[in-house]
Design a protein around this ligand. Structure first.
Ligand SMILES: Cc1cc2nc3c(=O)[nH]c(=O)nc-3n(C[C@H](O)[C@H](O)[C@H](O)COP(=O)(O)O)c2cc1C
Length: 370
């Protein structure tokens, strides 16, 4: 098989980011149908592959027709990471990435994810080992700006990765401690572009085509990457070629139905399969409701502002904007059972007292950020 040149693949691309749970195979399929050309797996722990854990092997599976599929690995041991890189290459991965961004304590306490960012020399050794283990598959790293604002060492991390042989670098423009609290710093991403010779893929806060244009112009990145944006609106990929698409409620529901059909193909329509399909659809619905159209004054909502839709054109659009559990359950039930989504039939929200964002149920904050 002829390997595609990485720089060529990346140039101008909007990459679908690695997302635990979010980058599940049927959702990647949906995004590819909507125009995604480069997709990345959920974070996959090298140690768990070594232990032959079945669930971990499911994460590295490329689907037939997936144009360019990267597998993201997490680990700290250079030898083990080399072994895992060779394994994923043998399973068809088009790129293998080292996770240096996962902020979750469970992983950082073991030295994984963002904790690696504090050890540039180790990043270099791991990348060297991964490069040695693969034959032609490009090796990349995904970095944050640093651990916190007092320790923004992304340039050291990036140079170490390139010294180790990295073929490209992903940069999420926030520090580990910032989580999602602040806007991504595209100027800081630009400093990485200026410092290294390999392509840089910038990441953070992209939701509409003009966000992509601004981020590209500001940073000079070869490519950009979106995570929450494509969970909220998977048609972002189509907008890259077609420009802003003001989809109606019905058009959005058709896309959600397509996801459910792909999910049923993947997990099956028996009782076990339907349970998985329902769980995943409900999880995705918690992002889908966050979509807000272009405002009447022509401006666009930002990813960080978490606006509520006030510009709905139909009862269906007003319903799709509802963030409450009763609405999300009803939508999920209609989609999974292939029934009409009828706003008049939707249950009323169950009012529970809450102070601000509920950290226990917000899918952006629960065990999934990287
Ligand atoms: C649900 C979810 C799961 C994520 N899982 C991972 C992951 O497995 N690996 C990773 O490197 N980053 C992960 N991330 C972080 C994203 O890849 C991305 O860096 C971050 O969300 C910033 O991009 P955005 O502003 O477009 O959301 C995850 C993000 C979300 C929202």
């Amino acid at each position: 098989m002829v390997r595609m040149d990485l720089r060529e693949v990346l140039t101008g691309a909007v990459v679908m980011a690695p997302m635990t749970k979010g980058s599940n195979l049927p959702y990647r399929r949906l995004c590819v149908e909507l125009g995604a050309r480069v997709t990345i797996s959920e974070m996959t722990v090298a140690r768990r592959l070594k232990q032959r854990k079945k669930g971990e092997f499911a994460l590295i599976r490329k689907f037939d027709g997936e144009p360019f599929f990267g597998v993201q690995l997490a680990g700290t041991n250079p030898e083990e990471m080399g072994w895992a890189a060779a394994l994923v290459e043998s399973r068809g991965a088009d790129l293998v990435d080292l996770n240096c961004g996962c902020p979750i304590d469970h992983f950082t306490h073991k030295g994984l994810g963002a904790a690696l960012g504090r050890q540039p020399a180790r990043i270099r050794r791991i990348v060297e080992s991964m490069k040695k283990a693969v034959s032609t598959t490009p090796v990349t790293v995904k970095l944050r700006l640093g651990w916190n604002d007092d320790d923004r060492n992304v340039l050291d991390q990036a140079r170490a990765a390139v010294d180790g042989g990295a073929d490209a670098i992903f940069v999420h423009g926030r520090t580990r401690n910032a989580r999602y609290r602040f806007a991504a710093d595209w100027d800081a991403i630009g400093t990485v572009v200026a410092a290294v010779s390999v392509p840089v893929i910038g990441n953070g806060d992209l939701l509409f085509p003009q966000d992509i244009e601004t981020a590209r112009a500001r940073s000079g990145c070869a490519a950009v990457m979106s995570a929450r944006g494509v969970l909220i609106k998977p048609w972002l990929f189509r907008e890259v070629t077609d420009g802003y698409l003001d989809l109606t409620g019905e058009e959005r529901v058709a896309i959600y139905r397509r996801y459910v059909a792909l999910a049923k193909q993947h997990w099956g329509a028996d009782a076990y399969g339907l349970e998985r399909v329902t769980q995943f659809t409900r999880w995705h619905a918690d992002f889908w409701h966050r979509y807000v159209r272009q405002r009447p004054d022509g401006t666009f909502p930002g990813l960080q502002t978490r606006e509520q839709e006030t510009n709905a054109r139909s009862p269906l659009e007003a319903f799709l904007a509802r963030p409450d559990g009763a609405a999300l359950d009803y939508l999920t039930e209609c989609l999974v059972n292939d029934r009409e989504v009828d706003p008049a039939q939707a249950p009323e929200p169950v009012i529970v007292e809450s102070r601000g964002r509920d950290r226990d149920r917000d899918p952006e904050l629960v065990e999934t950020e990287g």
